[in-house]
Design a protein around this ligand. Structure first.
Ligand code: ZN
Length: 494
């Protein structure tokens, strides 16, 4: 064998080795490694979704201090709260992102501050940061509706929905957004919202945790370059999110509405993407969905910086299922009910409506029966298969107020196991409204007046097997009576 031959054989061997290594170790994408390290960037001062303007102001100051962000006030809300615009990066492609134009939709606001922490970091992900910083000029307006956020309500303080104000621009918040968009002329725009937690991704049992839309810019819902780009970016984010929450991604209804900012901006030539954060089982405070938002946005920014989204085929958009309003918080299947002497088996759909707590900084829940009947095409975040079970109204335990005050959680759980769901004080009237750290409700009603299964009724009942309580549904939450005691978020005084 000649030395030349040995040299080429050796070279070939090395090339093959490199190829094998790349294939078998399958290099993890950079954004996926960021996902693995999310806790480093998670803004720990934001502990729940009830973030307020004062929190936002402090965090913006922190980011200005990092030296990488600049900030300006671009308007004031009706109540005089500042609307702030942050800028990051020095690239050619301009991207505008705004969040919380609906005051009670804060998931993306939380994620934006995680994203800012990432952007101002200094670690192994510097190459990714540099790509974003050098190619993009990012413009952020976190919490466009601070008055709504303060009272945890959708609309602004004039009771106008800012996202129906893109034409009339009556609201100062809407005007601020329109002015900054006209000034920047972004190539890409992100409109960040929350949707109902009761949307499913198509007719499935999977919640629509994230829903996307590339809004239409006219009534025939035509496709143009701007909308095409938005769609390709959605497909890029969808590919990434499917690896984290397979089947939980959907698309939002694309009917054209010229009152909305997304539709209007699309018509102005800014490729606009709507991201709606929905529900995910076991995440009522939306902290996991916040992480998904962070990941989706970082994926999109990297893709915009590298223009890699351009290779996405639009035909793939058809494979994303549509939002379907078919979920319930709890579905009880095939339960036996006895009503006015008639016994029948049916299904119950129960939803938890939200009751704002003090200072709009917490939430109580009110579980009610909203469906009774055929629910084959519906699913629950939670489900009980009850074909061996009968629905029984909870019993009322008569106690003195002093006895109630002394009752331990363990004693309450024991009473629930015996079929009690209510306590009636015999010596005085009891309070009404949500109560925490209890399992039993309080009632002032006559003891015979408790009914358990009807549309609009509070979801308080026992599921029993041959007379023995197996489950308690307490204010829409399920207690398995054969396992350890569990807390429920709140009960009620009636
Ligand atoms: Zn919204």
């Amino acid at each position: 064998m000649s030395s030349k031959h040995i040299f080429f054989t050796g070279l070939l061997f090395i090339i093959v080795q490199i190829a094998v290594a790349q294939d078998s170790v399958k290099v993890k994408k950079e954004v996926d490694r960021v996902w693995d390290n999310y806790e480093l960037y998670h803004e720990a001062s934001i502990k729940n979704r009830f973030i307020k303007h004062s929190d936002v102001i402090q965090l913006i100051q922190k980011n200005i201090n990092s030296g990488l962000f600049s900030s300006e006030e671009i308007g004031r809300s009706i109540k005089g709260r500042s609307i702030n615009h942050l800028t990051y990066g020095r690239g050619r492609t301009k991207v505008l992102l705004w969040s919380q134009m609906h005051g009670d939709e804060s998931t993306a606001t939380m994620a934006l501050f995680d994203l800012f922490n990432f952007m101002s970091g200094n670690d192994e992900f510097d190459p990714l940061r540099r790509i974003i910083r050098d190619n993009l000029e990012l413009h952020f307006v976190p919490m466009l509706n601070p008055d709504g956020a303060q009272e945890w309500k959708r609309r602004n303080d004039l009771e106008i929905d800012i996202n129906r104000d893109a034409r009339l621009l009556v609201t100062p918040e809407g005007r601020a957004l329109m002015e900054i968009a006209k000034k920047i002329q972004p190539e890409i725009a992100f409109n960040l919202h929350d949707q109902s937690t009761l949307y499913a991704a198509g007719r499935t049992d999977k919640s629509a945790t994230i829903s996307f839309l590339a809004p239409a810019y006219n009534y025939p819902k035509d496709m143009n370059e701007s909308r095409k780009r938005a769609t390709q970016l959605i497909l890029t984010m969808n590919d990434a999110l499917q690896t984290k929450v397979p089947g939980n991604i959907a698309k939002y209804d694309d009917a054209f509405d010229p009152r909305c900012f997304g539709d209007t901006f699309q018509a102005m030539g800014f490729s606009t993407i709507l991201i709606e954060s929905g529900g995910f089982k076991g995440d009522p405070e939306k902290q996991y969905i916040r992480k998904l938002n962070f990941y989706a946005l970082l994926t999109a920014l990297e893709s915009i910086a590298k223009k890699s989204y351009a290779s996405q085929s639009l035909a793939k958009y058809d494979s994303i299922p549509e939002n379907s309003r078919s979920l319930y918080d709890l579905v009880v299947r095939n339960v036996s009910i006895n009503k006015e002497g008639i016994s029948f088996r049916t299904n119950l759909g129960i939803n938890l409506s939200q009751i704002k707590g003090p200072n709009y900084a917490s939430m109580s829940y009110n579980g009610r029966i909203e469906e009774l009947g055929d629910m084959e095409l519906n699913y629950g975040h939670n489900e009980i298969e009850a074909s061996q079970l009968s629905l029984v109204p909870g019993k009322v335990k008569l106690l003195l107020k002093s006895e109630w005050d002394k009752l331990t959680q363990e004693e309450e759980f024991q009473l629930v196991k015996e079929g009690y769901l209510y306590v009636k004080w015999t010596d005085t009237k009891s309070p009404t409204g949500p109560m925490s750290a209890r399992l039993l409700n309080l009632t002032n009603a006559e003891t015979g007046a408790i009914k358990a299964a009807g549309i609009g009724q509070q979801a308080q009942f026992i599921l029993a097997k041959e007379g023995k309580p197996e489950f308690a549904v307490i204010n829409g939450f399920v207690l398995d009576l054969n396992t350890e005691m569990k807390q429920v978020p709140n009960v009620f005084g009636y």
